[in-house]
Design a protein around this ligand. Structure first.
Ligand SMILES: NC(=O)c1ccc[n+]([C@@H]2O[C@H](COP(=O)([O-])OP(=O)(O)OC[C@H]3O[C@@H](n4cnc5c(N)ncnc54)[C@H](O)[C@@H]3O)[C@@H](O)[C@H]2O)c1
Length: 271
């Protein structure tokens, strides 16, 4: 092991079960020598799966609803106390849309739920960063990474109001990245990941066929969650110190392809 993150401390949000992208990140970050706190919403912790991850990684678990500034204030303060110093990295791997979950069409949104989607999936990043900057909780050259999806740039009908949340999330990455970089040399980036079979991913209508489509469109195929975790490790490490305010595609090339031979062959067979 390279021990790229030896001596670093952090918070990892969003590990629900072994399929979660955050779960894979926690495993890799642990292998690379970092110490961290695992956090998730109280209701997710009740599932109990996260205890296995905590044991494996020697991590403590602290509950926080990422939409509650009060919860985040307590979490960040407790984390720096328990880890024995300021944070070097934070992973925001949080997303949920009540509209998508309940099958509401984009043209028939429930607006209360829409606000929840935005609060959970986008504003939570702002809240987290604002709490951290006010508590001066992240070290110089620290790194914050948020997970996102290409529906922020191009339309993917089944993604519903999550597309608007991701566009907002990526804008917060740029805007806060500017301020945090200027004030404390803290980096803020988003990683735009391929479709991945997790609880959040599989909740999108038509996920299975869409997963296959994206795989055929991407020259390298869909990027697995384990490799996304490796990319997050690189972004948390000192090898990427001057990368900030970026939306970085981790998608096997999907975002740059107009049409692929593999997809055309499927079309020709069917037409
Ligand atoms: N799975 C995919 O296809 C895919 C693709 C690109 C980006 N992403 C993004 O990756 C991130 C992680 O999702 P995942 O695919 O690992 O699925 P997941 O369901 O395993 O993770 C989503 C997490 O968000 C947490 N969460 C929901 N509401 C919360 C709240 N109020 N406070 C704190 N945590 C809360 C859930 O408990 C869960 O742990 C999300 O931002 C998602 O949009 C996923």
């Amino acid at each position: 092991m390279n021990k790229l993150l030896e001596g670093k401390r952090g918070i990892i949000f969003g590990a629900l079960d072994a399929h979660s992208i955050a779960w894979k990140v926690a495993e890799k970050v642990h292998q690379q020598g970092a110490q961290f706190i695992l956090s998730n919403a109280p209701v997710a912790l009740r599932m109990g799966e996260i205890n296995k991850l905590a044991e494996k990684c020697g991590a403590e678990i602290i509950a926080a609803d990422a939409t509650s500034v009060e919860d985040l204030e307590k979490l960040v303060q407790l984390s720096t106390e328990k880890l024995g110093g300021k944070l070097d990295f934070v992973l925001h791997s949080i997303g949920m849309s009540p509209n998508v979950r309940k099958g509401k069409a984009y043209t028939d949104l429930n607006y209360e739920w829409f606000q929840k989607t935005l609060d959970i999936s986008a504003l939570s990043l702002h809240k987290m960063l604002q709490v951290c900057i006010k508590q001066d909780a992240i070290s110089e050259w620290g790194s914050v990474v948020a997970l996102t999806y290409i529906a922020a740039q191009k339309s993917f009908p089944g993604y519903g109001d999550m597309a608007d949340a991701k566009a907002t999330l990526e804008s917060i990455v740029r805007s806060f990245g500017y301020h945090y970089g200027n004030a404390k040399r803290v980096r803020v980036n988003s990683v735009s990941q391929s479709p991945t079979a997790t609880t959040a991913g599989s909740g999108i209508k038509g996920f299975d066929s869409f997963f296959g489509f994206a795989d055929k469109m991407s020259p390298l195929g869909n990027a697995p969650a384990e490799n996304c975790a490796d990319f997050c490790v690189a972004l948390f490490s000192d090898l990427t110190r001057y990368v900030t305010m970026q939306n970085l595609y981790h998608d096997g090339g999907f975002s740059s392809v107009g049409v692929s031979d593999a997809m055309m062959q499927v079309y020709m067979r069917e037409s």
